[in-house]
Structure formats: C-alpha cells, structure tokens
Design a binder for this molecule. Structure first.
Ligand SMILES: NC(=O)c1ccc[n+]([C@@H]2O[C@H](COP(=O)([O-])OP(=O)(O)OC[C@H]3O[C@@H](n4cnc5c(N)ncnc54)[C@H](OP(=O)(O)O)[C@@H]3O)[C@@H](O)[C@H]2O)c1
Length: 321
C-alpha cells in the first residue's frame, strides 16, 4: 500500500457509510449505551442448572482472562477493557513489540479502574508471546498463563488471519495457514485450557466468529470456511463440556488490522463486489464496541446464549419476536 493511502478497512468503512440506509453516528452512540439493540442472542443450549454457574452478574473483577490475538484490533481492545474492569489479563500474539504495548495499555487501564474502585488494587497485565500455529507453543502458552495469573477463568480466542483470496487461487498452503491460525490454534489452546477452566467458577470461552459464516463474501471463502469450523468447535465444546459457557461472538466489519495485508487494488474491487451483493448493510464497528460486548458476555454468568451476533446478519439469527 502506498504511503498516505487509506487502509482497506478504512476504504470499507467509507464505502459502507455511503450506502443508502447506512446507520449514522447517533445510532452508534445509542447502541454503545445499550448493546443489545444491535446484537441478537441465539437460544441457549446450556442447561440452566449446569455446574459452575453463579447467581447474577459478578463482573470481571479478579477474574483471570487469557486473550489470544491481543496485539491489535478486537483482542487488544478486549484485553484493555477486561483489565479496566478489574480482570487479571494475560495477552498473547506473535508481534512482541505490539504485544508489550498492548499489555502496557491494559496495565494502565487496570490501574485506572482500581483507582476508581474502593478497596481494589491494580491487577496488572502480562504479555506472553505465542504463535498459535505451533501446537506445542499453544500448550506452553496456557501453562505459562495459568502460572502468571494463578489460574484461568476465561479464554478469548481472537487470533485470526483473513487473506483476500478467491477460491480459484487458494492453494493448500493458503488453506493450511488460515486453518492453523483460525481453527487449529483455538483447538490447541482450548484443549490445553480445559483442565484450568474446570477448576474455575463460571468458566467461559469466547470465540470470535464472523457474519461470513453461512454467507461467504467473495474473496473470503477460505476465511469463512475456517470460521464455520470454529463455530462447530464451539458447539462441540458445548456438547462435550456442558459446564463451560462457550460463546461465539459473530462480528461484521470492524476497524482493525484485519485487512492490513490486502493490496488496495484488490481490496477496492472486492469492496465494490460486496456492496453490489448487499454484504455492506451494517455499520462498520469500532473494536472497543465489540470488546464491550465480549466483556459483558464474560462477566455475566446469566448470559448463557451460545451465539451473540453483533450487527445482526448471521444466517442463524434467532427468529424475531
Ligand atoms: N475486523 C473484522 O472486520 C472482523 C470481522 C469478523 C470477525 N473478525 C475476527 O475478529 C478476530 C480479531 O481480528 P481483528 O479484526 O481484531 O484483526 P487484527 O487486528 O488483525 O487482529 C488479529 C490478531 O490475531 C493475532 N494472530 C494472527 N495470527 C496469529 C498466530 N498465528 N499466532 C498468534 N496470534 C495470531 C494477531 O497478532 P500477531 O500478528 O501479533 O500474531 C492479532 O493480534 C479474528 O478472529 C477475526 O477473524 C474480525
């Protein structure tokens, strides 16, 4: 991308905002105050009396949260918001410089949150680098996170790769790369974390899914397939480990590093194709908004839905009424 050119995510946001019927800033402010207005919760499949549940919301104070994919975008925003709400946060990703900066931001948010809460002390945040495409590294990450935080109550899996590539051009190498970061990394992290989560009170797992599941956008077919498989991983966890709140949060376009690797010419072509196909019908979100929803889900054991859809276009949305 040439210097000074808008990044693909900004191009996408501008295109979506220019479409007839686009939601305006006033709507965004309103929905930030009450996120249920733009999200839909799928019917719960978790039994109400599942062990581990608590009566009423307890928030995130003192909870030990591992955020994977925390160096940028949604994962970073989740780590900062969770720390600000009093959680002990372990952040992980590959880019060590960004990860350290994100951990500093989370630590500062934790200290600021503690300063405003009577009797609370700063919780700090720890950065542990990991490439989730390495199974052994995922196992080591979980062990180190549990040591650093004194256990694990919740895992947020936000790591993801999203190359813009048409299926006609998607080689096995492309497929393997996407499946490793979007699916197999999640499987390895969660498998390793189950023993720790089993010891927790109200253990929870949030997996970042996508509107593209069931409705793949041209150029994102490999990505959508990986997210569909991730969804099944979450459903499988619900079936095999009913004590665990495994929640998919399905996200639409959000202003993050998601599209940073796309070249602007292909991105511009794809964005026009998506606009023509009606894919850009929802407002592009800020990562902080998605993070607020994720933290709400994590901190409230009464939220037993297995799917939360932000922006509301996933095919499996519950029937109205
Ligand atoms: N933004 C959107 O429009 C959108 C829409 C739907 C769903 N989502 C999902 O939301 C999640 C967060 O993405 P984002 O939008 O926040 O994009 P982002 O800013 O690119 O964040 C992706 C994160 O994943 C990490 N990651 C990628 N590959 C990794 C690997 N092999 N090992 C460890 N960490 C890895 C990245 O860190 P390093 O590069 O430092 O490793 C980064 O922290 C993803 O699962 C994405 O699919 C995003």
């Amino acid at each position: 991308m040439a210097g000074g050119e808008p990044c693909p995510a900004a191009l996408l946001a501008a295109r979506a905002a220019a479409l007839p019927g686009a939601l305006g800033a006033a709507t965004r402010r309103a929905t930030l105050r009450g996120w249920q207005a733009v999200t839909m919760e799928h019917e719960s499949t978790l039994p109400a009396d599942a062990p581990g549940g608590l009566e009423g919301a307890h928030g995130l104070r003192g909870r030990r949260v591992l955020v994977v994919g925390a160096s940028s975008g949604i994962g970073r925003a989740v780590a900062v918001a969770a720390a600000g709400a009093g959680a002990r946060v372990v952040l992980s990703a590959r880019r060590t410089d960004l990860l350290a900066e994100a951990a500093d931001a989370a630590g500062a948010a934790g200290a600021a949150g503690a300063a405003g809460a009577a009797g609370a002390t700063g919780t700090g945040a720890v950065a542990i680098p990991c490439d989730v495409s390495d199974e052994g590294a995922c196992e080591a990450l979980v062990a180190a996170a549990a040591r650093a935080a004194g256990g694990i109550d919740a895992v947020v899996y936000a790591a993801g790769a999203s190359p813009l590539v048409r299926l006609a051009d998607a080689t096995e190498t492309v497929w393997i790369g996407v499946l490793r970061s979007n699916l197999l990394g999640a499987a390895s992290v969660l498998r390793s974390a189950l023993g720790h989560l089993r010891e927790a009170v109200d253990p929870a797992v949030v997996l970042l899914s996508s509107h593209s599941v069931g409705d793949p956008w041209p150029g994102l077919g490999v990505y959508a397939a990986s997210k569909a498989a991730l969804d099944e991983l979450a459903r499988g966890l619900r079936a095999e480990e009913p004590w665990l709140r495994a929640v998919r949060v399905a996200v639409g376009p959000t202003l993050t590093g998601f599209a940073d690797a796309w070249d602007s010419e292909s991105a511009s072509r794809a964005i026009e194709e998506w606009a023509a196909a009606g894919h850009l019908r929802h407002e592009v979100q800020q990562p902080e908004y998605v993070a607020a929803v994720v933290c709400d889900v994590l901190g409230d054991p009464a939220r037993r839905s297995d799917l939360v859809v932000i922006g509301g276009s996933a095919k499996e949305a519950p029937p109205a009424g």
